[in-house]
Structure formats: structure tokens, C-alpha cells
Design a protein around this ligand. Structure first.
Ligand code: MTE
Ligand code: CO
Length: 390
């Protein structure tokens, strides 16, 4: 007979003594056993912590909502610490009546909504343009989060100010030291942008723009101005630094793609992945995420042999437009080497391209808008690494 399982037979410590009380942690934190599930940096990537990025630990997350404390952080001038009583949001330019709003004013606006959207930095997977580099989906794909925002449609503010008929663009400006500014077409501003003050039910986190950020569904993260302080209405784009020298995509022939706002359909297998290797032979659950800036994800296919054969994965949970979608593939692993890939399709019929297909059209100069198919090589011992297949 086998020895008795010591994790079943003796009464464990946690059953022998009373635990801590209900107010042990007035603002709860995760179990101490989950201490490795944190945002991480890539140290060589940026020269300073103030203009840098930390990555979402996608390999350890499930479902579709990113916990607030694990949402990747990207900013260009450090985190602004804004006193909500002194916070002001102003609209001016080509309007009938320039207006200034306090945070309370924003919360008193009619028409408040709740919407889940992904935010992906245009530079997500940017280090992978020239080949497989970073070993983990936290680093290759972790410049994304998916959050339930509470806010007021930007349209309500523009309507209150009265947009002049000559208006075609708006400029959103942040109150942080980088004074982040981006030009946004007026049609997008009037369509689905939000002035958001809450994420996943609580006030915005400081690093996500407390007390107010702009939400620009499906469009590149750089436009989602944090610590939003100003909206100017104009008749042409402003050609600010973050839409000319940066966030412009240099092609192989020396021309550049400009104002590439929409994030195309993309997906990644989060488990197995380099930080989440396979541990058991037999039944396993492959898991991943897919998203598209053009609408809902309609289908995700998974390959275990580097793209030769594809199986349609199971989309599970809400598949909302411009929001992260979760997929699973239940599979049996016999210890064989695997080349794991996923390929997303959205409601427009767009299919996520291979990296080779993408490079054919875009070259290798840019770091932005890399939505090519990711490959993970799973070795016989379960260890997994970032590779490319020809
Ligand atoms: N807004 C301000 N005010 N300052 C910034 O540096 N960075 C932008 C955008 N909004 C930035 C900003 C970039 S490049 C991205 S990808 C997103 O914020 C990141 O949002 P997050 O920090 O909530 O993940
Ligand atoms: Co960004």
C-alpha cells in the first residue's frame, strides 16, 4: 500500500488555529503564495524609470478582466499625483462655449456608462519585429490590459461646449510631466470615446491616470491620455511629437505610415508559455487571449505543430467588441515537442497574419503594430521558449 498522503492525513496548521480577523487588511491584497504574479520591467529597454513600461503578467491570469494592480503601466514623464479637488478638465478651440469641469461636475454628467475594453500599446510585441527575443508572453504581449471602465461619453462634453461645423479633430492633453498630446479625429471622439473615472468598479489607479483618463476603444494605447486635463477642438491634426517622431511606422522603402490608430486582430497563447511550462503529461488545458480593435473576436484557431494543422479553440466567457476574449483548447500531451500558435479572426473577416506575411508588407523598421502569430516551442520536458517558424 502507498504511504498516506501527508497533505490529507495529519490535521494541517491552518485548521488547528484561528485565522486573522475580517479587517486584517482593510484594502485586500493577494495571497502571499501568489507573490510572483507581478508587473515586471525589462531593464535594458528604457534609460529611465520615468519614461518606461512594466508588463502585465498574462501567463498567470485567466478570464477576461485584468486586475487593477496588474495592469501594465506605460508613461513618459512619471506618474502625476493629482489632488482630485484641484483637478480640472477643459474644452476649448472650435466650440461655441469653452467649458471647465471639476471631477464632481464629470460625475454629475448624465449618460454615465460601463464598458469593457482592451488597451494595447502600439509598441506591444515591438521587440519581436526582427525575430524572437523576449522569453515570456508577459514581455512579448504584456503591454495590454482589459478593464471595465465607468465614465461619461466624450460626446456629452463636446455637445455641452457646442462643436463648430468646421471642426474635424480634437487634441487630448495629459497633466503629467510629459504633457502627452494626441490628435484624434472628431468622428471617433463623438462615436465611442469615454472620459473615465473608474476601472473595475473602483477609482482609477494613480498609474492609470487618476482621477480621469480618456478611453479610445480599439485604438492604440498612446491615445488613451491619462491624467486628462485639456481637449482642444480644431480642423486639422496637430502633428505632435507622439504622432510624428513616435507612433509613426517607418516602412522598408523609407515612407512612413502615419495616424495608424486601429489595433488589428491579435492573439497569444498564455499557457503553456515560457513562464507557464507544461508540467503533466495527459490532459492539459491550453489557454489564451484574443482581441481586435475592429470589433468582436469571432474565432480563434490553435496549432500544436507550427501552423500545419489547426483546431478551432473554445471561446469562453463574454466576447465583447474591442475587448479581450478568452479561449481554451483541452488537449492531451504525450510528451511530444510542440510548436504552439494561435490565430485570431474578427467580425470583419480579418485574419491575424503570420510574422512572415506581416514583414512582407511592413518591413522590419518599425516597432509598432506587430500583430503577427506567436510561436512557443514546448520541449519534451515541458519547458517552453519563444521561437519563430519559417
Ligand atoms: N497619458 C499620459 N498623460 N502620459 C503618458 O505617458 N502614455 C500612453 C497612454 N497615455 C501616456 C498616456 C501610452 S504610450 C500608453 S500605451 C497608455 O497610456 C498606457 O496606459 P496604462 O499605463 O494604463 O497601461
Ligand atoms: Co504605448
Amino acid at each position: 500500500a502507498a504511504a498516506p498522503d501527508p497533505n490529507i492525513v495529519p490535521v494541517p496548521d491552518w485548521t488547528k488555529t484561528l485565522g486573522v480577523g475580517v479587517n486584517n487588511n482593510p484594502y485586500g491584497v493577494p495571497s502571499k503564495f501568489e507573490k510572483d504574479v507581478v508587473r515586471r520591467e525589462v531593464e535594458w529597454l528604457t534609460a529611465s524609470r520615468e519614461s518606461s513600461v512594466s508588463f502585465t503578467p498574462l501567463y498567470a491570469l485567466d478570464g477576461v478582466i485584468t486586475p487593477n494592480g496588474l495592469c501594465f503601466v506605460r508613461h513618459h514623464g512619471g506618474e502625476a499625483e493629482i489632488d482630485p479637488d484641484k483637478y480640472r478638465f477643459m474644452i476649448h478651440g472650435l466650440v461655441d462655449k469653452p467649458l471647465v469641469f471639476t471631477l464632481d461636475d464629470i460625475k454629475r454628467m448624465p449618460g454615465r456608462v460601463n464598458r469593457a475594453y482592451f488597451l494595447e500599446c502600439a509598441a506591444n510585441s515591438g521587440m519581436e519585429w526582427r525575430g524572437a527575443q523576449l522569453n515570456g508572453c508577459q514581455f512579448t504581449h504584456g503591454m495590454i490590459h482589459n478593464v471595465f471602465y465607468t465614465g461619461v461619453p466624450l460626446r456629452a462634453f463636446l455637445d455641452a461646449a457646442g462643436v463648430k461645423t468646421s471642426a474635424k479633430w480634437v487634441l487630448a492633453e495629459g497633466a503629467d510631466a510629459s504633457v502627452m498630446t494626441r490628435s484624434i479625429p472628431l468622428h471617433k471622439a463623438l462615436d465611442d470615446c469615454l472620459v473615465a473615472f473608474a476601472m473595475n468598479g473602483e477609482a482609477l489607479r494613480p498609474e492609470q491616470g487618476y482621477p480621469v483618463r480618456l478611453v479610445v476603444p480599439g485604438w492604440e494605447g498612446n491615445m488613451w491620455v491619462k491624467w486628462l486635463r485639456r481637449l482642444e477642438v480644431g480642423d486639422q491634426p496637430w502633428a505632435q511629437r507622439e504622432e510624428t517622431a513616435k507612433y509613426t511606422d517607418l516602412l522598408a522603402d523609407g515612407r512612413s505610415r502615419r495616424y495608424t490608430f486601429i489595433m488589428d486582430a491579435k492573439s497569444v497563447v498564455t499557457s503553456p508559455s515560457p513562464q507557464a511550462p507544461l508540467k503533466h503529461k495527459g490532459p492539459n488545458v491550453l489557454s489564451g487571449i484574443a482581441w481586435s480593435g475592429r470589433g468582436t473576436i469571432k474565432r480563434v484557431d490553435v496549432s500544436l505543430d507550427g501552423g500545419r494543422n489547426w483546431t478551432t479553440a473554445r471561446i469562453e466567457g463574454p466576447a465583447m467588441p474591442m475587448a479581450m476574449t478568452r479561449f481554451y483548447l483541452d488537449f492531451d500531451w504525450d510528451g511530444r515537442e510542440l510548436l504552439v500558435q494561435s490565430r485570431a479572426m474578427d467580425e470583419t473577416g480579418y485574419v491575424q497574419p503570420s510574422k512572415a506575411e506581416l514583414r512582407k508588407v511592413r518591413g522590419e523598421n518599425s516597432i509598432y503594430h506587430n500583430n503577427g502569430i506567436q510561436t512557443w516551442l514546448v520541449h519534451g520536458n515541458g519547458e517552453t521558449e519563444n521561437v519563430e517558424v519559417g
